[in-house]
Design a protein around this ligand. Structure first.
Ligand SMILES: [Zn+2]
Length: 82
């Protein structure tokens, strides 16, 4: 799969006794802890659960772009093409 151009990122926590594996550090995270759900280009079928601090670190490092980041980086002509 090609690297997604952007991710949707939202805060999540649930009451389910599930554990997930963070795609950034490979560590486990508990559904009941405050964490993030990220979805490649909004594709919720492929959403991943990740540590909030790992998502923040990836974002700071420029390896994870939110939709807003991506949209701002696009040349204006893309949107005003005739
Ligand atoms: Zn992590």
């Amino acid at each position: 799969m090609e690297a997604p151009r952007w991710w949707t990122v939202r805060r999540a926590h649930s009451n389910r006794p599930a554990t997930y594996r963070c795609p950034f550090c490979g560590g486990l995270l508990h559904a009941m802890s405050e964490h993030m759900v990220i979805a490649p280009e909004g594709d919720v079928e492929h959403r991943r659960h990740a540590h909030s601090e790992c998502v923040a670190a990836e974002h700071r490092a420029g390896r994870l772009h939110t939709y807003d980041d991506w949209r701002k980086a696009q040349p204006r002509k893309r949107w005003f093409r005739r």
